[in-house]
Design a protein around this ligand. Structure first.
Ligand code: SF4
Length: 370
């Protein structure tokens, strides 16, 4: 697994707490540095999935994307490659851009950051694109031959500009006949400290919705998915049968991965490392073959807690065979409350969250931590 991080954005969305640099920049030095890192960390182990995430990877000029792709092709074993995703924002997905990236013959999945199909909500979120641009982008992706498109939406948007998730789903209905929307990621809006949204809330310009409204968004979404044949396979992820995100599913299975780029995280089974969250320092480090990063060795308890937290967010739940021997009896006692309250069901092999349990997955996991 390889994750490639592009930490640039057109401008900052109001809710965004990720590390990304906004505004028009020359990204060539960064791409050169990224290619240096990809060479330094080359491996013969076959890659099954690659994910270009950000930031906004679709902001890169086509020739720079091509430079990264050529570096990956020259340094990694792609003989078992199953899925290569490009995260993209609608305003970048012009017919010409899509035709050019389709010609690389590498990307077989697009993850489009739509967030909402309602203009007033998009404006509130400080997104660049409009509803029309989002619809056009998906039509253009289908025309360019992409057959696996994932759409990102946000639920639980603030008042008074909130129109509601149903309106976005109605637009999505118009696009479904294209036959390319296979996957939906729908996250509840969270307020990160220091973001524009945080300030707007403090000034009283926006008001977060109460739990009832959020739960009703969730219900609307689940009903829409059910009637359109999308299965929920993780708290925030839905897909047509057979179209799960293979890359993200591997994160949840604790598969080791390489993360390249400024601020990118890597997981090596027993440790996690994260590159410096500073583009200038990242570029300077790459030039001398020494990219600054920090590393954390995971204790057995850390690994157990991480597994419980991610597994409970999936419909499969906790695989007992994945729980280290030393924690099995601890888990069988601590999870009793969730079994009694109908939040989790026990099978021979798994502890599986119920529908209600999925909604409360993070809270349940917190009570299982050691
Ligand atoms: S496009 Fe994504 S990464 Fe960039 S500012 Fe918006 S939410 Fe953040």
């Amino acid at each position: 697994m390889l994750y490639v991080h592009i930490p640039y954005c057109h401008h900052k969305c109001s809710y965004c707490g990720f590390y990304s640099v906004a505004g028009h920049r020359d990204t060539q030095d960064y791409v050169d540095a990224l290619c240096c890192e990809l060479k330094i960390r080359r491996t013969d182990k076959p890659l099954k999935t690659i994910y270009f995430g950000g930031g906004t990877p679709s902001l890169l000029p086509v020739r720079q994307l091509e430079q990264i792709i050529l570096t990956i092709r020259d340094n990694y074993n792609l003989s078992q490659l199953e899925e290569v995703t490009l995260e993209a924002n609608p305003e970048n997905l012009t017919p010409q851009y899509l035709d050019e990236i389709a010609r690389f013959g590498l990307f077989n999945r697009l993850s489009v950051g739509v967030q909402s199909f309602v203009d007033v909500e998009l404006k509130m979120l400080n997104r660049v694109h409009s509803r029309q641009q989002a619809s056009d982008a998906i039509r253009s992706a289908a025309n360019a031959g992409f057959t696996n498109v994932s759409i990102d939406l946000i639920m639980g948007l603030p008042l008074p500009y909130r129109v509601g998730l149903q309106n976005s789903l109605t637009v999505l209905d118009e696009l479904l006949p294209l036959g390319v929307i296979r996957h939906l990621s729908c996250y509840e809006l969270t307020v990160e400290q220091g973001t524009i949204l945080d300030r707007q809330l403090q000034m009283g310009r926006l008001i977060m919705p109460n739990d009832e409204i959020v739960v009703s968004d969730y219900e609307v979404l689940r009903e829409w998915c059910k009637t359109r044949g999308f299965e929920q396979y993780e708290v925030s992820n839905y897909c047509q049968p057979g179209w799960r995100s293979r890359h993200n599913s591997r994160y949840w299975n604790r598969t080791p991965y390489i993360g390249a780029g400024a601020a990118a995280h890597s997981f090596e089974g027993l440790s996690r490392r994260w590159n410096v969250s500073d583009i200038e320092r990242y570029i300077a480090g790459a030039k001398v073959g020494d990219i600054p990063y920090e590393e954390e060795i995971l204790s057995a308890a850390d690994a157990y807690n991480e597994y419980v937290m991610t597994a409970l967010r999936t419909i499969e739940g906790i695989d007992k065979a994945m729980v280290p021997e030393e924690y099995r009896s601890v888990l069988s006692k601590s999870i009793q409350f969730a079994l009694k309250e109908g939040l989790v069901e026990e099978t021979h092999t798994h502890y599986r969250p119920t529908t209600e349990g999925l909604l409360k997955a993070d809270g349940i996991a917190a009570r299982l931590f050691v």
